[in-house]
Design a protein around this ligand. Structure first.
Ligand SMILES: [Fe+2]
Length: 384
């Protein structure tokens, strides 16, 4: 066995930790570009804390999943401002934009030199500006991943900048910031975390360090998610979902993902559906297809035993089979009211094209067993 493990340089976690933002940032300099999302007022407290610590700020708004152009112009604005650091305050899209902007501030060549799939995938030449992640949602894990997902609208795909350089210097995770997440956002981001934990645990690159985080995270998330939807102000449920999201990000950065995210990449490139909702719609059908493929042509693949572990954790039954786990997840996702792909306005005439693009997606490489184009199309049909 051989594995590597890397994550953010520092993780500061807990209710109330937001108060430490200014103190943590000021060691990097006096000028910060702050990336904010659709609700920029959510970043006001961070702006105040930075000011109290004599850090001057300029804000860049990212109101949707960032495009390549968004981060190129954001990096140019940060350079013009003379920023010495990047602070991202928002959801997964803001985290990804902050990551990309921190790297493109110092690496000024064409972004396509560094982009995977649609670009040359070259490594960054210079260390990025230090960046701090302040997530205001739980679930994506983007505060501790080393890839920035970017939309390339003209190609209809979402692809990543990916580098160990993209890890945050500080991930400041204050679950109190997630207390006002709406139920639909709580559901979609929670299902993203659960998908990421299950995919990292059953991945062909699974490793024992991530296994421990996935085991704890899956058990926590499937109990806390319905609780947070029922009682959005439950701090305990929010803490648990913030932990599960954090662990899902650490796990996916080190163990990879699978067909749920492999399919979600081209869907996200072509449609404006919430990433977590798409993952939720795909999760049980992907589990069912992987389990059936493993049974027919991968009986000695350790992933089958891993799906049985997942089944035991989610059902609470010691004799649960892999199929029981997939059935439980199907019922769980339905009970949360997560939309199917048809309700997300994804049309079934493009399934062949989506399946073909998914086969090229970086996440697909870690799926526990290679699925055929027909099987991927069947997964889409079963999620529709
Ligand atoms: Fe995800």
């Amino acid at each position: 066995m051989r594995f590597e493990f890397s994550t953010a340089s520092q993780i500061v976690f807990g209710p109330g930790t937001l108060a430490e933002a200014g103190k943590l940032a000021k060691v990097w300099g006096r000028r910060a570009v702050v990336i904010v999302g659709k609700r920029p007022q959510r970043a006001q407290r961070v702006l105040d804390l930075l000011e109290e610590n004599r850090v001057v700020t300029s804000t860049v708004a990212v109101v949707q999943e960032p495009t390549v152009d968004d981060v190129v112009s954001g990096a140019a604005a940060a350079r013009r401002f003379g920023a010495e650091m990047v602070i991202g305050v928002g959801g997964g899209s803001v985290m990804d934009a902050a990551k990309a902007i921190s790297a493109l501030m110092t690496n000024e060549d064409s972004v396509f030199d560094y982009l995977e799939v649609v670009g040359k995938g070259q490594p960054f030449e210079l260390p990025p500006a230090p960046w701090m992640a302040v997530p205001t949602t739980s679930g994506t894990g983007a505060e501790v991943t080393k890839n920035a997902v970017l939309r390339v609208p003209e190609r209809g795909v979402k692809v990543s900048l990916r580098s160990p350089y993209l890890f945050a210097r500080v991930a400041l995770v204050d679950p109190e910031l997630t207390l006002d997440m709406a139920p639909a956002l709580t559901t979609s981001t929670g299902l993203d975390a659960i998908s990421q934990l299950i995919e990292a645990y059953t991945s062909s690159r699974a490793n024992p360090t991530c296994d421990a985080l996935c085991a704890a995270g899956i058990s926590k998330a499937v109990r806390a998610l319905p609780e947070a939807v029922r009682d959005p102000k439950s701090l305990q449920a929010r803490i648990d979902l913030s932990l599960a999201g954090l662990w899902s990000g650490i796990a996916l950065a080190n163990a990879g993902l699978g067909a749920v995210h492999g399919l979600a990449a081209p869907i996200g490139g072509q449609y404006r559906a919430a990433h977590g909702a798409v993952c939720g719609a795909l999760l049980a059908p992907v589990m069912e297809m992987n389990i059936s493929a493993l049974r027919s042509r991968g009986a000695d693949n350790p992933a089958l035993g891993r799906y049985a572990d997942v089944a035991r954790w989610v059902t609470g039954h010691t004799d649960a089979t892999p199929e029981d786990g997939a059935a439980w997840i199907r019922q769980f996702v339905g009970s949360l009211g997560n939309p199917r792909l048809s309700a997300l306005k994804i049309t079934n005439d493009k399934f062949t094209e989506i399946a073909a693009k998914a086969a090229e997606a970086s996440s697909m490489k870690a799926n526990p067993i290679a699925l055929t184009a027909d099987e991927l199309c069947q997964v889409l049909t079963n999620s529709y």
